[in-house]
Design a protein around this ligand. Structure first.
Ligand SMILES: C[S@@+](CC[C@H](N)C(=O)[O-])C[C@H]1O[C@@H](n2cnc3c(N)ncnc32)[C@H](O)[C@@H]1O
Length: 274
């Protein structure tokens, strides 16, 4: 990308140097250019599973905790029209909830998956949805963002620091080892390693001050289909078929429900000045 400012140009976005990115019928713009990225993005099946999980409210405690960190009466977003960016935004569920609490704000959902971009474009009238690779840089001007969300998603620390205004907030969700621990083994999901929070603190140290790091836990009773969705919407969805996951989920639930734990840390960091 040439980093020029993009303006609407008919059914496309264009910059002064003549680069154009068409707007898809489904309401998003793909800003991927040149060689295909080496990173994997969520598939249609993974995104459908994720949408069902959010639709059923299974992750509501985390969604609410994130929205409260973005904007709360104690720590409101300032300015007339704040900008909130969700990097690796998935279906746009977290960003939608944050926008509901910030009436004048605009949201930008960035995801490598066109299936996520479609879902995010539909999720809220104030979401601008783009397909882009966060490792290639966030497609946003420097110092303009009031908040960035990174929820179970890749974190480009240097570029997040670039796009945030001084004092801007970064809300990060990381899973703890106890997250979905009851089903990780039986459903062939990836284990969460110890020390994630320490690594996060080290990553943030150069440009951010950590304001708070709150553990959010909840218990949920999931049936076979919901177990398969929770497993299939994550990395297991890349290496296991839906029918494999469903067979294991069925064996676990035996026609009933299984109680699982949600266990994450929601970190709020502020961009230091300068
Ligand atoms: C585990 S999902 C989390 C999605 C969403 N934040 C949520 O929690 O529902 C990770 C997301 O990051 C996206 N992603 C992975 N690599 C990416 C990259 N390099 N650039 C942009 N998005 C990426 C995936 O497509 C996926 O939607």
């Amino acid at each position: 990308m040439c980093a020029g400012v993009l303006d609407p140009d008919g059914r496309a976005l264009g910059c002064e140097r003549g680069h154009r990115f068409d707007l898809a019928r489904q309401g998003y713009a793909s800003l991927l250019a040149g060689k295909a990225t080496a990173h994997r993005s969520d598939t249609a099946q993974m995104v459908a599973a994720r949408a069902r999980v959010f639709g059923a409210g299974l992750y509501d405690p985390i969604v609410t905790a994130v929205a409260q960190k973005v904007s709360s009466p104690r720590l409101p977003l300032t300015g007339d029209s704040p900008l909130i960016i969700d990097a690796g935004g998935g279906t746009g569920s977290y960003l939608s909830s944050a926008l509901d609490r910030a009436p004048g704000a605009t949201g930008v959902s960035i995801d490598l998956s066109k299936f996520c971009a479609r879902a995010a474009a539909r999720a809220h009238p104030r979401i601008v949805s783009v397909v882009a690779d966060v490792w290639a840089g966030l497609p946003v001007c420097s110092g303009v963002a009031d908040a960035v969300l990174s929820v179970f998603a890749p974190r480009n620390v240097a570029d997040t620091a670039r796009v945030l205004a001084d004092g801007g907030r970064w809300v990060i969700v990381t899973p703890n080892p106890g997250h979905l621990a009851e089903v990780v083994g039986p459903l062939g999901m990836l284990r969460v390693g110890e020390g994630k929070q320490d690594r996060l603190s080290a990553d943030l140290a150069a440009a951010f001050d950590v304001v708070s790091a709150d553990r959010v836990t909840a218990r949920r009773r999931l049936d076979t289909a919901q177990l398969a969705d929770v497993a299939g919407m994550g990395p297991a969805g890349f290496h296991r078929s839906r029918s494999e996951i469903e067979a294991d989920a069925g064996a676990l639930a035996r026609g009933g429900q299984v109680e699982v734990t949600l266990d994450v840390t929601v970190t709020l960091a502020r961009r230091r000045s300068g």
